[in-house]
Write a protein that binds this ligand. Structure first.
Ligand SMILES: Nc1ncnc2c1ncn2[C@@H]1O[C@H](COP(=O)(O)OP(=O)(O)O)[C@@H](O)[C@H]1O
Ligand SMILES: [Mg+2]
Length: 477
């Protein structure tokens, strides 16, 4: 039955009551409808917000897992942090994202990678903050606990940075390895109340992964350094072995060379001795012996004159004998001087050198001067004779090879060292050629050997056309 039928049939309902009912429902109905709609809209909005939040969270988690996948393989710290800041900035749209690393030596954190909203690539700027003293990040490095600040203007720890003037909220979490804080991960937003407690969780997960990746990178660097060290050590070792082997080969060659030289020297010494003996024998034969024979002859003649009682003739013969004996004495003197000049033993080096230079000048017609410096003291006899022989051999070489005009001998008696230099202005010679090509020439080698036998050092300087200088230094300890 319809409502109209009830009215028409005069049912229990009276007309005013019906009209009031219609009026009432006409008003309340729309109100309820409006309420229902508003509620539905709110519910829909809440649903959308929840969905957005879920999506945001999903994006964050996706970013976290993507980061962990990407960064663990990167072994260069700057590249690693650079990629992470860029990824976080792009995914979350933060105003600024940065990594600080702890510098334990200076007790500071150092900005190692930072990227703003509009920046194409991350930058470092070299910003340093005192651990515990400066900024929210400095505090995080000190306490090892995250700090979420949704209004930086209210935080006395906030460190205003000109490069990020619009920061309103900041969230910083520590990079931890075991108990140690190795750095700080910092994100900033230009909105107030931008961060939620969930963000702390997500960023901390990211920070933990980055910390592990950093440790991987450090271990990799360490291993690579150790490997490089091992390679370098083994190369050094190889090089040293090579060097030693070469030194040994050189020493062996030098020894063999020395042995040959010594053999040659010995042969030459023997020859020189024989020649010297021959010369002395000739000298004695030609000089003293003939004179002695003459003396004997004159003595016999004097004897005969006495027997014949011819005293005057005997006296004359004896005068001749005296003259002959004087000649023998002079001749012997000459021979002895040639063997070893008595002036060396009697008066020492300086007078002996002057005497030697004088003789050389007279015999060879080459000007020869001697300059003596310092206090000319007596040196050990073996040193004096070696010096004398070296000068003698040098003068022999000058007369034989140099075609010199002048010779200068400098003898310097220093406190700790005796130095002698024999310099000529002759034709000079090419030392390399002489050493290599003329093994038979043992004068210079013999001089060097003599010098070494008294702990001295001999140096030969010569330039073809520009003379020669032989220098001998003997330490006087
Ligand atoms: N003062 C010098 N002036 C020019 N050449 C020299 C001089 N001293 C040495 N020499 C050169 O060095 C070579 C080697 O000298 P040395 O060893 O004494 O042998 P030797 O005198 O028997 O030739 C000589 O042959 C000569 O060519
Ligand atoms: Mg010679």
């Amino acid at each position: 039955m319809l409502f109209e039928d009830l009215v028409l049939q005069g049912h229990a309902f009276s007309a005013p009551f019906v009209i009031a009912g219609i009026w009432f429902f006409g008003l309340v109905g729309p109100f309820f409808a409006w309420l229902t709609l508003t509620w539905a809209e709110k519910a829909a909005r809440a649903e959308i917000a929840a969905q957005q939040e879920t999506q945001r969270r999903a994006r964050q988690l996706e970013a976290a897992s993507q980061t962990s996948r990407q960064v663990t393989a990167i072994l260069d710290v700057d590249e690693l942090l650079g990629q992470v800041v860029k990824l976080i900035r792009d995914t979350f749209g933060y105003y600024h994202v940065a990594f600080f690393l702890v510098d334990a030596a200076s007790h500071e954190i150092v900005l190692r990678a930072g990227i703003g909203q509009a920046e194409p690539a991350y930058q470092t700027h070299g910003l340093r903050l005192k651990i515990g003293g400066e900024g929210i990040t400095g505090r995080v490095a000190w306490t090892g606990q995250p700090i979420l600040c949704n209004d930086v203007s209210q935080d006395p720890n906030y460190y205003p940075d000109d490069r990020v003037p619009d920061t309103r909220s900041e969230l910083a979490v520590p990079l931890r390895l075991g108990d140690a804080v190795v750095g700080v991960f910092d994100v900033q937003s230009h909105r107030l109340n931008a961060f939620h407690q969930d963000d702390v969780l997500v960023l901390q997960i990211l920070a933990d992964q980055v910390a592990i990746a950093l440790e991987n990178a450090r271990l990799f660097r360490e291993t690579r350094q150790q490997h490089a060290q091992v390679v370098k050590l083994s190369q050094d070792l190889e090089r040293k072995v090579e060097e030693r082997t070469k030194e040994l080969d050189d020493a062996r060659e030098e020894l063999a060379h020395k042995a040959t030289q010594l053999q040659q020297l010995l042969a030459i010494t023997v020859r020189v001795q024989e020649e010297e003996r021959g010369r002395i024998a000739r000298d004695l034969h030609d000089g003293s012996n003939q004179l002695i024979t003459g003396t004997l002859f004159e003595l016999q003649a004097a004897q005969q004159s006495l027997l014949d009682r011819r005293e005057h003739a005997a006296l004359e013969k004896l005068e001749t004998v005296k003259a002959l004996l004087r000649k023998i004495d002079a001749e012997n003197h000459r021979i002895i001087l040639g063997l070893r000049p008595p002036i060396l033993d009697a008066q020492g080096l300086a007078p002996a050198l002057k005497w030697q230079a004088n003789n050389f000048q007279q015999q060879c017609r080459i000007a020869c001067s001697v300059e003596v410096c310092g206090q000319p003291i007596r040196l050990a006899p073996e040193i004096e004779i070696v010096v004398y022989r070296i000068v003698q051999e040098s003068l022999n070489n000058i007369s034989a090879h140099a075609h010199a005009q002048h010779v200068q001998i400098l003898a310097d008696f220093k406190r700790a060292e005796f130095l002698i230099a024999i310099e000529d202005d002759g034709v000079g010679f090419d030392r390399a050629r002489v050493r290599a090509d003329a093994p038979g020439q043992m004068g210079l080698i013999g001089m060097r050997e003599r010098a070494q036998s008294i702990g001295g050092q001999m140096q030969v300087e010569s330039v073809p056309g520009r003379g020669t200088r032989i220098t001998l230094r003997v330490p006087l300890a």
